[in-house]
Design a protein around this ligand. Structure first.
Ligand code: FDA
Length: 540
């Protein structure tokens, strides 16, 4: 396998083209057997609805399209192929339903509940543990929102209704087509689905100015376990609070979101500068300085850092400044001269061009350009409240040099700014004031052998363990949208108590976990919507 030779190509390597799209040849269709009576009853139930959805149901038995529909938005091939690795032992859906209308979503929920079949929902399929399309427990029906992806922008009210199946690229494209000075503050990866993204928070390059995607939601339409369609007023403020970051597939199916759009300048500064230090000690000095200033910079400025090793440790600084380069250079010279930013490094562009830049797409990409596909991935996350000591940074460098790291990347996402002014219980996302930055760890690999997977998983787990003394504690923090089943999970065969689920639930949500469990008990007491890390109901 050819390995990347620069940090930017390492980033692309993590995301790009390891797999052919729509290939069913290697797809594991080891679905649960479809001989169960509930399966036939379910199909009968769906097909007998007034708004018939028979033509939108795919099963391994009766549809050659099943494999390509399932594969279409699997973004972590760890959970798609039939090999000897431990990850591939998960159950695939016995059938996939791809509704085109909200009543069809309601029918799917009602039929699936009536016939006792577990249901999972998928929007963009980016769940790091494949929870939207691969289960560790019972047979299930997959409700895929791939056909519900309309986006309607209303410029005068600075808002947009966007269906959950839309991916970020479609949302951004629709907004930019309607206005050159409106934007939505969400993630960097264009193929992430709106449904899962907002359900877990959603950070992007304007996080420090506008907060998370979940902080910028005005309303939503939720199909609950009784098949009702509820808007914000009907679901109540408790449920509306929970769906904005409290985890997907837990309170119901959000079919669309009313987004609050934000003002951005016509031209802004967006670019990436890479630094390869002549020694690890020099890199330590640079990153140490970064972590001391990054959360204190003006809200208009956000500098994310990607760190990886290609021979030497390299750091790519992704700079987003909501203003022109003259002012940016002044701010950088005052606050972070160690980066050595020069005028020729700074590129001005529109907000939509910055989206393409940070997604590593060429600036002339069109809306119909093929989506990227991905390497096998494992992700973890951490929150840093006090800058890491030099020994911790040196320890990271020595680990990213290890052969087992393969293609590994650490992404540092600064907080501060607006993030520290939003209260830690305003949404379920609790990492606000006091958080300097978040670390996203990624390791990626190709190959089918179990030992290859084990080696990379071992590497990322050891790095995470090494950083234990230096990151947030009691509980150690983790980002819900960076799902990590190493933190713990619901019992795949039985019930999981609130106390058991607190182990990982409080890592994602801290004190907000209890409120989430109470909201869950109110909206879905029978725990119909669930997955490996959904919040269990807590009544009383
Ligand atoms: P997917 O469809 O897999 O859903 C994720 C979870 O939400 C599942 O549990 C699913 O059942 C549930 N769900 C989906 N749709 C739902 C709906 N309509 N109603 C209720 N529940 C629903 N994050 C970030 O904040 N900023 C970033 O820049 C990135 N970048 C990024 C890049 C890459 C390559 C990956 C793989 C992931 C990210 N992420 C990210 C993480 C991403 O935000 C996270 O994985 C989201 O949950 C993905 O949402 P999808 O709809 O794509 O996933």
């Amino acid at each position: 396998m050819k390995f990347p030779t620069s940090l930017l190509s390492l980033t692309r390597f993590l995301l790009l083209l390891l797999l052919p799209f729509f290939s069913s040849a290697w797809l594991d269709v080891s679905v649960a057997t479809n001989t169960q009576p509930q399966y036939h009853d379910l199909l009968h139930c769906l097909c007998s609805q007034e708004d018939a959805i028979c033509n939108l149901i795919y099963t391994a038995q009766n549809s050659t399209a099943y494999a390509s529909v399932l594969q279409f938005s699997i973004r972590n091939p760890r959970f798609s192929n039939n090999n000897a690795s431990s990850s591939s032992s998960r159950t695939k859906p016995i059938a996939i339903v791809t509704p085109t209308t909200i009543p069809q979503v309601q029918s799917t929920v009602l039929c699936s509940r009536k016939h006792g079949l577990h249901l999972r929902v998928r929007s963009g399929g980016h769940d790091f543990e494949g929870a939207s399309y691969a289960s560790l427990s019972s047979p299930f029906l997959l409700l895929d929102l791939v056909n519900l992806r309309n986006v309607t922008v209303d410029v005068p009210s600075k808002s947009a209704w966007a269906q959950s199946g839309a991916v970020l690229a479609e949302v951004y494209h629709s907004i930019a087509s309607a206005s050159r000075t409106l934007a939505f503050p969400a993630g960097l990866c264009p193929t992430v689905g709106l449904g899962g993204h907002i359900s877990g928070g959603g950070y992007g390059t304007t996080l420090r100015k506008f907060g998370m995607a979940a902080d910028n939601i005005r309303d939503a339409l939720l199909v609950d376990a009784d098949g009702r369609v509820l808007d914000r007023a009907a679901m109540g403020e408790g449920v509306f609070w929970a769906i904005r970051g409290g985890g997907g597939n837990t309170y119901g199916i959000v079919v669309s979101w009313k987004l609050k759009l934000v003002r951005v300048p016509l031209r802004l500064s967006a670019f990436t500068v890479s630094r390869t230090a002549s020694s690890d000690a020099e890199m330590t000095k640079l990153v140490d300085r970064y972590q001391r200033v990054t959360d204190k910079l003006p809200d208009d400025l956000m500098i994310l850092v990607m760190i990886g090793a290609v021979d030497q440790v390299q750091a790519a600084f992704q700079v987003m400044y909501l203003g022109g380069k003259e002012r940016l250079l002044r701010v950088m010279n005052e606050s972070f001269p160690e980066l050595g930013l020069k005028e020729e490094d700074c590129k001005e562009m529109s907000w939509i061009e910055s989206v393409l830049h940070f997604a590593n797409y060429p600036s002339n990409s069109t809306r119909t350009d093929s989506p990227i596909s991905f390497a096998k991935l494992k992700a973890k996350s951490d929150y840093v409240g006090t800058p890491l000591p030099e020994s911790a940074l040196q320890g990271i460098w020595s680990r990213v040099h290890q052969v087992e790291a393969g293609a590994a990347l650490l992404h540092l996402i600064p907080h501060g700014g607006m993030m520290s002014r939003i209260s830690d219980s305003s949404t379920p996302y609790p990492y606000r004031a006091g958080t300097v930055y978040k670390i996203q760890y990624y390791v990626a690999w190709s190959g089918e052998q179990k030992e290859v997977e084990e080696r990379h998983l071992g590497w990322i787990r050891k790095l995470h363990e090494f950083l234990t003394p230096f990151v947030s504690k009691n509980p150690r923090g983790a980002y819900a949208n960076s799902r990590d089943l190493d933190l713990g999970m619901n019992d795949p065969t039985g019930e999981t108590s609130y106390e058991q689920a607190r182990v990982w639930g409080e890592q994602y949500f801290k004190h907000n976990f209890e409120r989430l469990a109470r909201v869950k008990a109110a909206i879905d007491p029978s725990n119909f919507f669930r997955n490996e890390q959904s919040v269990p109901p807590l009544s009383m």
